[in-house]
Ligand binder design. Structure first.
Ligand SMILES: CC(C)(COP(=O)(O)OP(=O)(O)OC[C@H]1O[C@@H](n2cnc3c(N)ncnc32)[C@H](O)[C@@H]1OP(=O)(O)O)[C@@H](O)C(=O)NCCC(=O)NCCS
Length: 212
């Protein structure tokens, strides 16, 4: 197994991997429209900061990937990327996304009425770097995820980032366990994620941080 930086020639294979690498996790699919999900959580990283994208390769095949930004303040926010994808893919015209966003609006209203916080971007100058990662089921538990994250954290540290954050779900118990072992600690308290369900239940965003 080798970890290396993403190259442009990986793009098609990486897109195919992204469709299966989240399997089993609560964020495996958000609204059942892979192109628009990739337009938010994959393509901007490949286009704007390819030097912060790492892949794991086994027998010549991509098995996992990590995308990130060294300074999140200089990277389009999740909200901006989502608004752009909604417009570009006319997501309100597709049944799956329409159902998701309608539920998200209802969830947001309920959350506001209860005066609870809702999920959103995390901005704290102590932890400017951020990352997202997925490893295909066959490569989990092999050390590929450890190696991917260590490469990114070394890269962010060398680029001068004083810290890194990530956002996962409390319901993603494997990911929380993994990130904790890699030195991340929870920041603040978990907050409601509008629209998303896992095994029929609402899910909660957990922000985790690490000084570099
Ligand atoms: C999260 C992910 C990157 C971690 O990589 P991994 O190779 O599976 O990680 P590891 O096997 O090294 O570590 C997982 C740990 O959780 C434990 N674990 C396994 N299943 C678990 C579960 N259901 N609940 C809690 N812990 C669990 C493992 O025993 C292991 O513990 P250890 O480190 O003490 O040995 C990978 O599982 C993945 O890509 N999952 C799907 C997508 C995803 O969730 N991405 C992250 C989104 S924020």
């Amino acid at each position: 197994m080798e970890i290396r930086r993403y190259a442009d020639s990986d793009r098609a294979e990486l897109h195919a991997l992204a469709q299966i690498a989240g399997q089993g996790s609560p964020t495996a699919s958000l609204w059942g429209h892979p192109e628009s999900e990739a337009a938010i959580y994959l393509d901007p990283y490949l286009d704007l900061e390819p030097e912060s994208v790492f892949v794991s390769v086994t027998d010549g095949k991509l098995t996992g990937y990590l995308v990130g930004a060294v300074d999140s303040a200089k990277f389009p926010s999740e909200e901006e990327r989502m608004t752009d994808a909604i417009r570009r893919f006319r997501l309100f015209r597709h049944r799956g996304p329409l159902r998701f966003f309608a539920r998200a609006m209802a969830d947001t209203l309920v959350t506001k009425l209860r005066r609870h916080d809702t999920a959103g971007d995390f901005t704290d100058p102590r932890y400017p770097a951020h990352l997202h990662m997925n490893v295909a089921p066959a490569a989990r538990g092999t050390g590929a995820a450890d190696a991917l994250i260590r490469h990114f954290l070394d890269h962010a540290r060398t680029a001068g980032a004083p810290g890194c954050h990530l956002q996962t779900l409390t319901e993603n118990t494997r990911a929380v366990h993994f990130f904790t072992r890699l030195g991340f600690t929870p920041e603040g308290h978990p907050v409601d994620v509008p629209g998303l369900r896992y095994e029929g239940h609402r899910v909660h965003q957990l922000t985790m941080v690490q000084a570099l």
